[in-house]
Design a protein around this ligand. Sequence first.
Ligand code: GLU
Length: 494
Amino acid sequence: MHDGVRVRFAPSPTGLPHLGNVRTALFNWLFARHYGGSFIVRMEDTDLARSAEGADQKILEGLDWLGLDWDEGPQKGGGYGPYYQSQRVSIYQSHAQQLLQEGHAYVCYCSPKRLEEMRREQERRGGPPGYDSRCRGLSRAEAERYEDQGISPVVRFKVPLEGGTSFHDLLRGEISFANSSLDDFVLLKSDGYPTYHLANVVDDHLMEISDVLRADEWIPSTPRHILIYQAFGWTPPRYIHLPLILDKSGGKMSKRLGDVSIDSYKQRGYLPEAIVNYLALLGWSPGDTQEIFSLEELVPRFSWERISVSPAIFDPKRLSWFNRRYLCNSAPNRIAEAVSPYLRAAYGRDERSEGTAYSPGAWRELLVDQVREEVDSLDQMPDRVGFAFLNEVDYRAEAREALSAASAGKVLQALAERLSALTSLDADEASSLLQELRVRFKEQEDLAARELLFPIRASLTGTLHGPGLAAVMALLGRERCIERVRSSLSSISS
Ligand code: GLU
């Protein structure tokens, strides 16, 4: 059944791509990869009024970032191009001509004003909306009169007046529409540009698309497409309409475009693998309890039979949960690299390893390891590691209190002496040093662990919370630890 699979992602570049668009792209990509077919990207950019400058690039960057590579399309080319519909306008025009000549379409000179009045009247009467077919029976003489007035017509499809149009959706079965519910829709606009219906069908046919996977909001368009296929004598592709994505309040997710754009998730430091994993489960299920899937694992597991027909609910908290899982479970160097831009934005640099026992890369990995379990996204990391980047320690009240404890001076004095005797300080060495001090102060002064650790942490970080103390010391390095401890000592004694 799935020989020669060719599927397409056909976005209209009207704004930033959002999670809903990308879910469609992902399912098409998985379908193509699963059945060994081709994944094609086609820009549906003939709606000049709605096209947004640079939106096509954003879409392609988004796909690239998520790892959804395409076999044909912009930047890549292919045997069925061009892949921008705006570069194919003459193809649509000649196909509209063909439909006119064969009696499946007609020219319509109705002015926007007349169409608007017609629409209002329909609304007033409560009748079905849609074009009233006034120009369907226009004589040649009448058409010539309009032409003489310099009016450019649109081309409309002649929907059969009787009967019905049905198609088979792989998930939903037979879907039928009465032809009387479909009006004579526009194929070619008066500026010569095609509508979505014409361009989409012509391209799906010419690009030999085998399966159309698209959001179910397109179902009402599908009978119109079927009529166009029939008029040309072409075989339609197979259809899979993907379940709607709703937000938690039951609204359509795409309405809140800004906060669900791929770009905003990328900027906030969500990992592409977390987004892919979450989106794969938005309308598809593996049939068991496995939740964590890489793109590679999804390819063999994905099957269209397990796509759901009921709406999927977009839950930002669940997406954060996936991101956290990936932040915690990915290789430390993967996360260290990903957090780099966030550190640079916050501190002007992405490491401060000089004077420590670590190379820049190893230093960043150690840093990331301390905080990655506590954040939802990379953008939350820099705030938690200021102690390792900033020269000035910002002492909170709790830290000042810990430093004013009776034993704080003695503890810090001992620490400064031990540090001065060392030549290097990695996390293991810091850990043994702390252990040694604990034993010593327990035996000699009967100090509890917190009485030892609180002043040290307070002195080094300015707070009583944060990463493990041995790691804090290793990240600061011997010199900076000594400096901070000495500075605390001098403010204690002054
Ligand atoms: N250009 C349409 C969109 O923006 C394509 C719909 C389809 O896949 O047919 O989603």
